[in-house]
Ligand binder design. Structure first.
Ligand code: 13P
Ligand code: SF4
Length: 331
C-alpha cells in the first residue's frame, strides 16, 4: 500500500504543516463545495469526523451511498476495505482515504492466496464473504454481505446450497445459529470484538440491573449469548432509539456511542469492557483518520484508492448481488 507522503511526492506536492489558526471544519466544508466532494463516515470514526460527514452509516449504508452519490470525489472516513468497496461501486470517481494505513485485522486475517487454496477444497460451495475483506477476496466471492444482511443473504439461497462463509468466524457462527445451516467457515476475527470480558460485563450488569446489553455479531458466541439485542452498528443505534431502557452496555467499537448519545441525550451508554487494562474499545485502524488528515486529503485529493480494473470488474458483481438481495428484503 503506497503511503500518503509517497503519493504526494509523486504528484509534485510537498506536505505542508497545517496552520494551527485554520478553522479546519470551515475549510473542509469550503473545499467540499468547491470540489463537489462528499464525506462518507463510518460510526467508528472520531466524533469530530462524524460531525462533519455528509453521511454516517454502517457498512451496508455506506456501500449504498457510495453506489448512488453524484459527487465527483468520495472522501471515505473509514478503513481501506470500505474505501475499496466505494471505488468498486463508483469506479469513475476519485475515492480518497485520509490514511491509507487504516486497515482491518479481520481483513488481514484472510490473505486472498490462502483463501483461494481453501476454496479449492470445496468446489461445489458458493462463497459468501463479509465486506470486511480486500477487493481481491471479494473478486473470489459469489456474494458479499455485511452484518446487517448476512442472515437474509444466506436465507435467500436454496436450503441444499453448500456455502463457504468468510472471513469472520464469529459472524459466520452467528449466521449458522440464526439460519440453522451448516456453513464452512474461515477462521478470522476482529481484534476489537474478540476481547470483551465476560467477567467485567457480568459485573456491570449486576451494577445496572435495568440496563440492556447490546452487541455486534462480530463478538464471540459466549458474549452474544447474553445479549438483549444483536445487530450491525445501525441496528444497535436504532435499538437504543426504539427501546425504553435508560441505560445500555454496548459491545462494539466505542465510536458508535457518539451517535447513540446524540440521538438519546437523556440515556446512559457504557462501553462493554475489554479483557485488558484499557477501558476503551477503540479500533486502532479506524482511529488513524484525523480531521487534519481529512483536510489534507480533500485539499490535495490524496491519498487515492487505486485498484486494477480487472479486480474492480470481478469484485463488483458479488457486491451488486448483495445490494440486490438487500433491496428485496427492504434493507
Ligand atoms: P457495521 O458497521 O456494518 O456493523 O460493521 C462494523 C465493523 O466492524 C466495521 O468495521
Ligand atoms: Fe476491522 Fe474490527 Fe476495526 Fe472493524 S473494528 S475495522 S472489523 S479491526
Amino acid at each position: 500500500m503506497e503511503n500518503y507522503t509517497e503519493q504526494l511526492a509523486a504528484k509534485g506536492y510537498i506536505e505542508e504543516t497545517i496552520d494551527p489558526r485554520l478553522d479546519l471544519v470551515q475549510e473542509i466544508n469550503r473545499l467540499k463545495k468547491e470540489k463537489n466532494a462528499v464525506i462518507l463516515a463510518h460510526y467508528y470514526q472520531d466524533p469530530e469526523i462524524q460531525d462533519i460527514a455528509d453521511y454516517i452509516g454502517d457498512s451496508l449504508g455506506l456501500s449504498q451511498e457510495a453506489a448512488k452519490t453524484d459527487a465527483s470525489i468520495i472522501v471515505f472516513a473509514g478503513v481501506h476495505f470500505m474505501a475499496e468497496t466505494a471505488k468498486i461501486l463508483s469506479p469513475t470517481k476519485k475515492v480518497l482515504l485520509p490514511d491509507l494505513k487504516a486497515g482491518c485485522s479481520l481483513s488481514d486475517s484472510c490473505p486472498p492466496h490462502l483463501f483461494a487454496k481453501f476454496k479449492e477444497q470445496y468446489p461445489d460451495h458458493l462463497v459468501i464473504t463479509y465486506v470486511n475483506c480486500t477487493a481481491e477476496l471479494k473478486a473470489l466471492s459469489d456474494i458479499v454481505c455485511t452484518s446487517s444482511n448476512a442472515v437474509q443473504i444466506v436465507d435467500s439461497l436454496p436450503r441444499d446450497q453448500k456455502i463457504i462463509f468468510g472471513p469472520d468466524k464469529n459472524l459466520g457462527d452467528y449466521v449458522k445459529r440464526k439460519t440453522g445451516r451448516d456453513l464452512v467457515l474461515w477462521n478470522g476475527a476482529c481484534m476489537v470484538h474478540e476481547i470483551f470480558s465476560q467477567e467485567k460485563i457480568d459485573r456491570l450488569r449486576a451494577q445496572y440491573p435495568g440496563a440492556k446489553f447490546i452487541a455486534h455479531p462480530e463478538c464471540e458466541e459466549h458474549i452474544l449469548r447474553q445479549a438483549d439485542y444483536i445487530g450491525s452498528t445501525t441496528g444497535l443505534l436504532k435499538y437504543t432509539i426504539q427501546n425504553d431502557a435508560d441505560t445500555y452496555i454496548v459491545a462494539t467499537e466505542s465510536g458508535i456511542i457518539h451517535q447513540m448519545q446524540k440521538a438519546n441525550p437523556e440515556k446512559t451508554f457504557i462501553p462493554a469492557p475489554p479483557n485488558n487494562a484499557c477501558a476503551c474499545n477503540d479500533c486502532p485502524h479506524m482511529k488513524l483518520n484525523t480531521l487534519e488528515k481529512l483536510y489534507n486529503a480533500i485539499k490535495f485529493e490524496l491519498p487515492e484508492i487505486d485498484l486494477p480494473m480487472d479486480v474492480i470488474n470481478r469484485a463488483r458483481r458479488p457486491i451488486e448481488r448483495m445490494l440486490e438481495i438487500s433491496a428485496q428484503f427492504g434493507l
